[in-house]
Design a protein around this ligand. Sequence first.
Ligand SMILES: [Zn+2]
Length: 238
Amino acid sequence: MILAIDIGGTFFRYKFGEIFEVKNTKEIDVLKEILNLIEKYKPSKLGISFAGQVDNGKILSSPNIDIKSIDLKEYIKIPFILENDLNCAAVAESRYWKSKFLVALYSGTGLGAGIIENGKLVRGYMNLAGEIGHIPYKKTDLLCGCGKNDCLEFYASSKIEKIGGSIEEYKEALNKAVGIVASLFNPEIIVLGGGYYLHHKFEIDKKYIPNFDKVEIKTTKLKDASLIGAEFLAKEEL
Ligand SMILES: [Zn+2]
């Protein structure tokens, strides 16, 4: 049986069959918790969704989670897959909307995209495809975790509040992000999600999307997309 774990900046969720539990990420030792769950449930496979940059079982960076950059292969001795949370969410959205050409664009504490092309995740050379939040946009007085001060996510995520921006500026930036992913990937569906967007839902302005594009814009209907996606990935890729 598959154990699925979603490690976010705020919540640590896991699912094992019908068992589902949520913990506060800041109150636990993430690695110890994973190893305890393996010990307790003895799953045959493990799918982990992680809110940070990962590649080939390694955690590369985790701006919001207190865990060192480690190679999980040294600790986890059962077949497992470690994937970025947006990539996991895109897998779940693609199954939910029954589309093989889909982009999940989530605006929460940051802005990120997971891309499904012909049913498969687009991962990129270092598994960093879809980091759309760090496209240069407009200068701010703050420094992003990536080291620059003009990232799109300052405007197109909850960071708009930190820079003192308006909701109109937020909408403009997120519209721009939708236009960018529509142009780059020609998806059938773009699914918008993420806590900040869901609190400030608005109609996307089609003027940002190329005229020839037939993309449909949807709002996510999934509650635990990255957790479900991690479970799908463990089932299908291990
Ligand atoms: Zn950045």
